[in-house]
Design a protein around this ligand. Structure first.
Ligand SMILES: Cc1cc2nc3c(=O)[nH]c(=O)nc-3n(C[C@H](O)[C@H](O)[C@H](O)COP(=O)(O)OP(=O)(O)OC[C@H]3O[C@@H](n4cnc5c(N)ncnc54)[C@H](O)[C@@H]3O)c2cc1C
Ligand SMILES: NC(=O)c1ccc[n+]([C@@H]2O[C@H](COP(=O)([O-])OP(=O)(O)OC[C@H]3O[C@@H](n4cnc5c(N)ncnc54)[C@H](O)[C@@H]3O)[C@@H](O)[C@H]2O)c1
Length: 459
């Protein structure tokens, strides 16, 4: 049977574009790709990139404060102009979108700027009714923000909306305690928005190392976020031009904008799955094996739609490995453990890889090497901001099981620490490494004695 393409990719985000480019450009496959919105997907258009640029923008007041501590007595951040920033931001996103489009086209990918659905195991139907056949289909449609099912939630915004606001709100509520809620709270607060964050748990960033979670919660408060723990809204209603939130402790408050940062769902709705033998996991994610292959041999899926580890580098690696395996005769699986990540808070970020202290304790005996200190940089400036460096070590094998860094530029640091840890480094390897002085990161190679030892199984 002859097909229009060797590969048809649904979704022009991180995973889809990488797979299409490698299959066409490096392995000579005939590739079609459908994107219903903007090329680049979540990360480029409404995720990592605009978010990180806003984190940089929001840093000015903290930098000014720090510099006052260094003798710049009059240092202030001045007034932030959202209109100027927004114009520049969107020009940059347009540039990136063009680069994604051009690079894919240069590799030989034929892009269809419209929505696609699955018609059968080898056919997709485009929004204009055209049908395209392909020997293989890759689903890389990502995820979509989800709300929590409370009355009036249509009055609330989602993360996509932050980057499109005509004006910054004067007072905003962020609902949630995960990556997005914490990063957005940091951003809005830094840009001068009065920011309230409501999270149902007792410390933000559930799933991260407990000590780091407490430091992150404390820092949000220190920079001026009104963090309300153990609290979640139960209803939203209009209050003139504003939105009133009623919380589950019966308190009420009014905001110019309310953002839901309460997770993302795989975007499998109306994808034509009923025309296939694909299976969904309970949360709607597409079920795949270690090769990103679904139970239908011609259909693969990568990235957030599979809900493995929902990060850009993971989606890219999955897309690349799929293309090498299927079109390059170079079978490659993706290891999802360990995967480093960072939460871009200010002034201290949180960088993390491997087991948390709690997970390590549950697994067995663990030595905890932990240093919590005021780094030279902030101490001199008179700031109370504290940094944490933590290594979790298996006392039997000496292997480093996890590393958690809470400090300025922790994202940059964890990327480097992730290399030896992924290679299986031992604590002795860290000890054998000469320190770089004076840095905060040198603590990682100078912690001689464990701060505590756990016998295992939660002891
Ligand atoms: C606010 C925010 C901040 C983030 N920050 C980070 C970060 O700092 N670091 C990090 O690693 N990750 C971050 N992420 C996560 C990261 O963006 C995702 O993990 C990544 O984009 C997943 O890539 P993907 O290819 O699976 O999907 P996506 O990038 O979402 O791409 C899917 C594409 O498919 C298109 N599409 C969907 N359905 C169809 C259809 N039927 N037909 C045609 N096209 C379709 C969509 O329009 C979209 O362009 C962030 C996410 C958000 C929301
Ligand atoms: N820096 C980064 O790498 C980065 C940044 C942003 C997003 N991301 C990715 O995007 C994903 C989505 O981010 P996110 O912050 O939306 O999700 P998340 O899973 O990190 O956090 C969701 C939050 O919503 C809360 N929540 C869920 N249901 C709720 C309910 N019914 N009532 C009240 N609260 C509820 C959860 O308790 C949690 O705090 C992340 O998991 C991550 O994979 C990564």
């Amino acid at each position: 049977m002859s097909f229009d393409y060797d590969l048809f990719v649904i979704g022009g985000g991180s995973g889809g574009v990488r797979a299409a480019r490698i299959a066409a450009g490096e392995h000579g496959a005939r590739v079609g790709l459908a994107e219903e919105s903007r090329m680049g997907g979540t990360c480029v258009i409404r995720g990592c990139v605009p978010k990180k640029l806003m984190v940089y923008a929001s840093n000015a007041p903290l930098m000014a404060e720090e510099m006052r501590g260094y003798g710049w007595g009059e240092a202030t951040s001045g007034a932030f102009d959202w209109q100027i920033f927004r114009r520049k931001l969107h020009a940059e996103l347009d540039r990136l979108e063009r680069a994604y489009t051009t690079n894919a086209e240069k590799a030989g990918v034929e892009i269809h700027h419209q929505r696609a659905r699955l018609a059968d195991h080898h056919t997709v139907e485009l929004a204009d009714g055209t049908r395209k056949t392909a020997k293989h289909i890759l689903i890389a449609v990502g995820g979509r923000p989800s709300k929590i099912g409370i009355p009036g939630e249509e009055l609330g915004l989602i993360s996509d909306d932050l980057f499109l606001l005509e004006q910054l709100p004067r007072r905003a509520l962020l609902i949630g305690g995960g990556f997005i809620a914490c990063e957005f709270a940091t951003i809005l607060n830094g840009l001068g928005v009065e920011t309230v964050q409501a999270y149902r748990g007792d410390a933000v960033l559930r799933g991260f190392d407990r000590e780091a979670r407490e430091m992150a919660s404390e820092q949000l408060r220190q920079i001026g976020v009104d963090l309300r723990l153990g609290r979640s809204p139960k209803r939203l209603e209009k209050a003139g031009e504003r939105v009133r939130a009623q919380f589950d402790d019966d308190s009420e408050d009014t905001f110019d904008a309310v953002f839901f940062a309460t997770g993302r769902d795989p975007y499998t709705r109306d994808l034509g799955l009923e025309n296939t033998g694909l299976r969904l996991k309970e949360n709607g994610a597409i079920e795949v094996d270690a090769w990103s292959q679904t139970p239908v041999p011609s259909i693969f899926a990568v990235g957030d739609v599979t809900d493995r580890v929902n990060l850009t580098p993971v989606a890219i690696r999955e897309g690349h490995s799929f293309a090498d395996t299927v079109f390059g005769a170079r079978p490659r699986k993706v290891s999802h453990d360990p995967v480093a990540s960072a939460v871009y808070l200010r002034p201290c970020e949180l960088g993390t890889i491997g087991l948390t202290e709690e997970q390590a304790m549950a697994r067995g005996p663990v030595d905890v090497y932990s240093a919590v200190f005021r780094p030279m940089r902030s101490m001199f400036a008179g700031s109370e901001s504290r940094t944490m460096m933590k290594l979790l070590v298996d006392p039997e094998t000496d292997r480093v099981l996890g590393c958690h860094i809470f400090g300025p530029e922790a994202g940059e640091m964890i990327q480097l620490a992730a290399i030896p840890i992924t290679m299986g480094a031992t604590k002795a390897d860290f000890d054998a490494t000469m320190a770089v002085h004076p840095t905060a990161a040198e603590e990682l190679v100078t912690m001689r004695q464990p701060s505590r030892r756990h016998a295992g199984a939660g002891n």
